[in-house]
Design a protein around this ligand. Structure first.
Ligand SMILES: [Zn+2]
Length: 407
C-alpha cells in the first residue's frame, strides 16, 4: 500500500495563527478544567525495529509539551494510569482473546495466535504486550472517568485511540480498543456519546462496537477504503437495526489536503453531531492524515488538522481526547502538543522551544523550528479529483443519513 508519491508543489507564504507574545510561555484560559494522562511505562515496550509504530513518539510528544510549559498548567490534572483489570477489558473483548493476549505477554507467540490477529507484520507479539494493552485501556478509562464524573471538562490520553482492535482480534497495530472501552464507561453513566475520528484510517473497531446502537453516534473521516487499510468506512455503512443513521463515514481521496478536507468535514460532522447533541465527544486524534505521514496518502497540514479539532470542541461541553495513528514523529509531537494546547484554550508561540529543537532535531528529523506547516498547494491535476470525490461523498451522506435525523 505505497503511494505513487507525487510531491505537491510548494507555494510560499506563511499563514500560521498570529502568535501571542507571552515570552514563549503558554497561559491557559480560565475556568476550563483539564486532565492530561501520561506515564513513562511506554519505554518498556517495543513493537520491534521494523515496525512503524515507534513507542518513543509518546516520549517525544511529552518532551515538547514540557518544553512549551504545558505539563504544569495551573489547575490541570496530570495523571498516570495503572493497568486496567481484565474485567474492564472484557466489557468489549472476548475472554478467549484476552487469554491469548495474556499468554503473549512473555513475548512468544501463543498457540493459534494468528487466529486472533497476532504474529509477524502489523500486530507483533512483544514482551509486555498484555501489560501494554492494559495500560492503554486504563489511560482512556481514566480519561472517561475524570470527564464522566465532571471532575474535568476535557481529558487527553494521547497513548490511546487504538481504534482498530476488534472483540476477538488484534488489528492495525491495535490489541485492545481503549476508545470503545472509554465510550462504554461514559455510557454506563447514562451520558450521550458521540465519537469523532479524524485518523487517516477508518475507525472500524469503534464503528463495529456500536453499529446497532442509536445511543452512540460514530463519525469517521479517513482515506477511502479502496486505497487504505482497513478497507472499510464507506458512506453506505450507516449502522444496522435501531442504529441505522448513527454510523457515519466520510471517505476521502488520496491527496486530500486541508482546503478540500475542511469544507467536507464542516458539511458533514457539525450538523450531525450538533443534532445528536452529545454530553461528551470522544475524539480520536490520529495525525496520520498529515501530508508527510509515511503510511497514508492524505495531505492535511497541521493547521487544517487543528482546525478540525477546534471545530469538534465546539460541539459538546465535554471531551475525551485520544491519540491514534501518526508515523512521522515530528508530526505526532507537534500535533498532540497543539491538541493539548487547544484543549486548554491556549495559543502556542509559533516556533518550537529552542532547547527542545536543539536537543531533538537531529534524532527525530525536525526540519525547522516552525510549529506550523508551510502551506503547500496541490498540483491542479490532483485538486479537481480530490474535490470532486469529497463533494460526492458529502452529497451521499447528506442524502442517506441527514434525512434520518430530520436534517
Ligand atoms: Zn491511522
Amino acid at each position: 500500500m505505497t503511494s505513487s508519491s507525487r510531491p505537491p508543489t510548494e507555494r510560499g507564504g506563511h499563514t500560521a495563527p498570529a502568535p501571542m507574545d507571552r515570552g514563549g510561555l503558554a497561559t491557559p484560559a480560565p475556568a476550563l478544567k483539564t486532565a492530561l494522562i501520561y506515564g513513562e511505562e511506554w519505554a518498556r515496550f517495543d513493537y520491534g525495529p521494523e515496525h512503524p509504530l515507534r513507542m518513543e513518539r509518546l516520549g517525544l510528544t511529552w518532551r515538547l509539551m514540557q518544553a512549551y510549559g504545558l505539563t504544569r498548567l495551573p489547575g490541570m490534572l496530570l495523571r498516570s494510569p495503572e493497568p486496567a483489570g481484565e474485567t474492564d477489558l472484557a466489557r468489549f473483548h472476548s475472554r478467549e482473546y484476552l487469554d491469548v493476549l495474556k499468554q503473549a505477554d512473555a513475548g512468544r507467540e501463543p498457540p493459534r495466535g494468528e487466529t486472533f490477529g497476532l504474529g509477524a507484520g502489523d500486530n507483533p507479539v512483544f514482551p509486555g504486550l498484555w501489560e501494554a494493552s492494559r495500560l492503554g485501556a486504563a489511560g482512556s478509562l481514566l480519561a472517561a472517568d475524570l470527564v464522566g464524573s465532571g471532575e474535568v471538562d476535557r481529558a487527553f490520553h494521547f497513548a490511546g485511540g487504538l481504534h482498530h482492535a476488534m472483540p476477538d482480534r488484534a488489528s492495525g497495530f491495535c490489541y485492545v480498543n481503549d476508545a470503545v472501552l472509554a465510550i462504554m464507561r461514559l455510557r454506563e453513566r447514562g451520558l450521550r456519546v458521540a465519537y469523532v475520528d479524524i485518523d487517516a484510517h477508518h475507525g472500524d473497531g469503534v464503528q463495529h462496537a456500536f453499529y446497532g446502537d442509536p445511543r452512540v453516534l460514530t463519525v469517521s473521516t479517513h482515506e477511502r477504503g479502496e486505497r487504505l487499510f482497513p478497507g472499510t468506512g464507506f458512506v453506505r455503512e450507516v449502522g444496522e437495526g435501531e442504529g441505522v443513521g448513527y454510523s457515519v463515514n466520510l471517505p476521502l481521496e488520496a491527496y486530500t489536503d486541508s482546503t478540500a478536507y475542511l469544507p467536507a468535514f464542516e458539511a458533514v460532522v457539525p450538523p450531525l453531531v450538533a443534532r445528536f447533541d452529545p454530553d461528551v465527544i470522544v475524539a480520536q486524534l490520529g495525525i496520520d492524515a498529515h501530508r508527510t505521514d509515511p503510511l497514508t496518502h492524505l495531505a492535511l497540514d497541521l493547521q487544517g488538522w487543528t482546525a478540525a479539532l477546534t471545530r469538534i470542541l465546539t460541539l459538546a461541553p465535554r471531551v475525551v481526547a485520544l491519540g491514534g495513528g501518526g508515523y512521522d514523529l515530528t508530526n505526532v509531537a507537534r500535533g498532540w502538543t497543539v491538541a493539548w494546547a487547544v484543549l486548554n484554550g491556549i495559543e502556542l508561540p509559533p516556533e518550537l522551544p529552542e532547547e527542545f529543537f536543539a536537543r531533538e532535531r537531529a534524532r527525530f528529523g525536525f526540519k525547522s523550528r516552525a510549529l506550523w506547516d508551510r502551506p503547500v498547494a496541490l498540483p491542479e491535476d490532483l485538486e479537481q479529483p480530490v474535490r470532486e470525490y469529497a463533494d460526492r461523498q458529502v452529497d451521499a451522506v447528506q442524502k442517506l443519513i441527514f434525512p434520518l435525523h430530520g436534517l
